[in-house]
Write a protein of this length. Sequence first.
Length: 263
Amino acid sequence: MCIRDRVSTQSTWGSTRSNAFKAIAVEIIAMGLWYNPRLALVLLEQKDALQFFFESWYTLLPSFKYDFNKKRILLGLASLLHIPIQELPQLIINALQNLMREMFKLTSQILEIREKDQSSQDEEALEVPDAEGANQGDWKNGTSPFMDKDEYKKLQVAKLAAADDEDEMEDDDEDDEDFEEENGILSGGGALLYDSPIEKLDEIAFLSETLEALKATPEVYEQLLTALSPEDRVQLYRNFEIAHEQQVERARKIAEEQASTSA
């Protein structure tokens, strides 16, 4: 039984599996395309799964809701363009303009998510009480700007009692922490350290650089761009500019943090 038939069965992709499971599988293959597009395509063709994969990919596009989902998909799609067009399967050559339209949509969606995330962070920053302003004197005097003096004292007593309990459990906690560190896990069950090469990549900049390189083959470059309306082309390049500005800003913040840490 070929992979196309297997992934179509109920045990893998049938009604007993949600679209979320299918989307994860597609993202894994997208990461394979980013890591080694030629090899990933060869394997998909050998398993007679290339058409099924891309059909599933398009069907599941609404399931890729978050920035990290969209990032993986965009990296996978853009990586296909790193292969010379004469080496691409005919299926992909025929779908190049559709791929370009999807990549454009992804850049806009990703920027929209980033903007919402930044707005949320700004709102949260405004809600943090000023620890160095007028409120600081309240805390130092044994009161809080958010509660009366008696409530504040009760809170401090409760904290002291909790600290005593923590001291009694300290030895057990240290043993647990040693175990978790040795096994690479956190107490909440997450990974002790998540480190992935794609975290250092800006997926929109990756697409921009990919298209820039394609200018060396004008016929392919023009074929991709003609898939977009003039308005969408303008917006695509605007998206590239915004992504570049965000990259510069992130680099500036990282440099400032490193400077403050070493100071």
